[in-house]
Design a protein around this ligand. Sequence first.
Ligand SMILES: N[C@@H](CCC(=O)N[C@@H](CS)C(=O)NCC(=O)O)C(=O)O
Length: 125
Amino acid sequence: MTNTPFRPRIWLLKECPFCLKLRIALNEMGLDERVDYIVFDKGDDTEADLRRRLTDAGIKPSYPAAEVAPGEYAAESDDLIARYAREAGVDPETDLPLLAYYKAGVFPRFVEMFKTLKEMGKAPA
Ligand SMILES: N[C@@H](CCC(=O)N[C@@H](CS)C(=O)NCC(=O)O)C(=O)O
């Protein structure tokens, strides 16, 4: 019998700036080949399935989210970045220049835009 190593599953909502932050971080840590990304759209079956998994695990649905160990789920982009940075032996504050660039400029603008759209009742998520 072969022992297939566990591959974390990472759920990313297509239009979510927090999901892009995690995606950038994992890519920059060189982990793209070690995880499976599941990209979904707001309101699709994948989102419904993920919401069920998170709720069953006692986690308030929020994206991005991950299956970090068999049957064990986690959310919160910064927590997930910290977890995988620890495993990869990097400091996310100093060792990931693309992540730092995104967090210093586009990310806060995105979040601001999402907030404004939400107030207008037009946010995609
Ligand atoms: N603090 C969370 C915030 C994530 C967040 O607000 N994500 C939005 C999508 S951009 C979300 O989960 N929305 C809930 C929903 O669409 O039901 C994180 O950093 O992961």
